[in-house]
Design a protein around this ligand. Structure first.
Ligand SMILES: Cc1cc2nc3c(=O)[nH]c(=O)nc-3n(C[C@H](O)[C@H](O)[C@H](O)COP(=O)(O)OP(=O)(O)OC[C@H]3O[C@@H](n4cnc5c(N)ncnc54)[C@H](O)[C@@H]3O)c2cc1C
Length: 449
């Protein structure tokens, strides 16, 4: 039975129209909870970042009704993921992804820019967003506050680049969710610059590349490159021969121009056929510092943090956006339960504690292992020494590939079903609508692909 009492809140304020903010708004709208999303920029982010989202994230995409559009925009096949030694291009270990190609919840492959565009379209769709999602661009959050009844943000409104006169406004709602990314103004308003963790001593350089040598040399899918000087990921990412080449330059402290001068040297080492610059075309480049960090608490009263605003990890293994989706999927369940009278507001503390614990126990540790595997190991011996490679090799021994398939599709220890904390269980089915999750906690390494 769903409670007849009036809901304990009427609107959620979300800072940031990135994947986490838009996904949260969409999941809330499915349960008739209105939200206001504030985005600092006049547009949706187009920088080159995420491209692959593991099975746990795909399950949330399905639940949000996004999956058919993501699949339609994605490349039709992603046959394998392998780890290669840069020195001779030798494949060390390979995962055959073709065995899950008919599984609805298989990994999603699509550039983040396209993911966000589709999410935005769904939010604005009168049926999917139900007219409950208000997204305001050119609204930069500059500060936050709260009292017993309300949370608020101070916002700078307008487009400086167009010479618009900027104005300031205070916008309030029942709860504020900081989904405003790694440089989160919401997090800084709560914790200042206190964001425990580490920044890695390298520059991470990301580009979209067209090069017919990939096909010519039989490369497909995702290729993690193992080498202390040239580690990274080279993967097919889009239609028309679009590949994403990402690598870490281990020399710290250069200017961006100096890093770009070194790019041809990296490409010659990493790419099959060792091409000269005139043999490939680079379409877009972005550079990043990479970090593993987590905030001390995901909740302070009426203000909560989710996704990159709360925690970040280095991109090796694709944990960032996947974890972001699991954060907001879980938070949506908590807010829905509270809104419908199926849980009291303490479920928001449960969200904060559980998701932070999962980040620290699993995501942080595994993403550092992923980075070390490609950047810090001896490429000539890692095949025999790395425990993750051993697991894959053992799974590959099974000629039916059934065990590998189960491994690729299993429930991961980074997933968590917050509806188990609803105090009125009779309505759980309603809140889990379509999630189809059987969320047993398992302490086994998820496939780090
Ligand atoms: C090179 C690279 C590759 C990656 N690859 C993968 C991958 O393959 N798979 C994966 O799962 N993850 C990957 N990630 C991580 C992934 O991109 C992030 O985890 C994800 O984008 C986080 O989403 P978010 O919504 O929390 O933050 P963001 O995507 O950063 O979105 C935050 C939004 O908030 C807005 N904003 C910021 N400040 C304010 C403010 N003050 N007021 C209002 N709005 C504000 C921003 O403009 C932005 O639109 C990668 C990251 C990098 C850098």
């Amino acid at each position: 039975m769903v409670s007849n009492a009036s809901p304990p809140f009427s609107k959620i304020l979300i800072a940031g129209a990135g994947p986490s903010g838009l996904l949260l708004a969409l999941l809330l709208a499915q349960h008739n909870i209105p939200s206001l999303v504030l985005e600092a920029w006049p547009w949706l982010d187009t920088r080159l970042r995420a491209t692959q989202y593991g099975v746990p994230a795909t399950r949330i995409f399905r639940r949000a009704g996004l999956l058919p559009d993501f699949r339609a925009a994605s490349i039709p096949k992603f046959p394998a993921i392998c780890w290669r030694r840069v020195a001779d291009g030798e494949k060390l270990v390979e995962i055959d992804m073709s065995i899950v190609e008919d599984e609805e919840d298989r990994m999603t492959v699509l550039q983040l820019g396209e993911i966000i565009q589709i999410m935005h379209k769904h939010c604005m769709d009168p049926e999917k967003g139900k007219g409950l999602i208000d997204i305001r661009f050119n609204h930069r959050v500059t500060g936050t506050g709260q009292d017993n009844d309300r949370a608020w943000v101070d916002v700078e409104i307008g487009d400086k680049n167009k010479g618009e006169e900027m104005r300031e406004e205070r916008i309030q709602a029942d709860y504020l969710i900081g989904c405003d990314g790694a440089a989160s103004a919401v997090r800084k308003s709560l914790f200042g610059h206190d964001w425990p963790g580490q920044t890695f001593d390298c520059r991470f350089i990301v580009q979209n590349v067209f090069y017919d040598g990939f096909e010519k040399h039989g490369w497909e899918g995702g290729n993690y490159m193992v080498d202390p000087d040239h580690w990274g990921l080279v993967a097919r990412r889009g239609h028309g021969g679009l590949w994403r080449v990402t690598y870490g330059d281990p020399v710290p402290g250069l200017t961006d121009e100096e890093y770009l001068i070194r790019r041809d040297w990296h490409f010659k080492a990493i790419l099959p056929g060792h091409p000269d610059p005139n043999e490939y075309r680079i379409e877009q480049t972005n550079m990043y510092k990479i970090h593993n960090r987590c905030v001390k608490s995901f909740r302070q009263g009426r203000i909560l943090l989710a996704a990159d605003a709360a925690h970040v990890n280095n991109p090796m293994g694709g944990y960032g956006c996947m974890t972001a989706c699991l954060d907001v999927g879980g938070l949506a369940d908590c807010l829905i339960g509270y809104y419908k009278g199926l849980a009291d507001q303490s479920i928001l503390d449960t969200y904060a504690d559980v998701r932070r614990g999962i980040f620290l126990k699993y995501v942080d540790a595994r993403s550092v292992k992923n980075l070390n595997r490609v950047a810090k190991t001896d490429p000539w011996t890692v095949k025999d020494t790395d425990p993750f490679f051993k697991i894959i090799e053992e799974l590959n021994q099974d000629p039916t590939k059934q065990k590998l398939k189960e491994f690729l599709m299993k429930t991961s220890s980074i997933e968590y079903d917050f509806t188990q904390h609803y105090t009125k269980q009779a309505a759980v089915v309603d809140a889990k609508q379509g999630s189809g999750q059987d969320l047993e906690q398992m302490d086994v390494p998820m496939v780090e692909v």
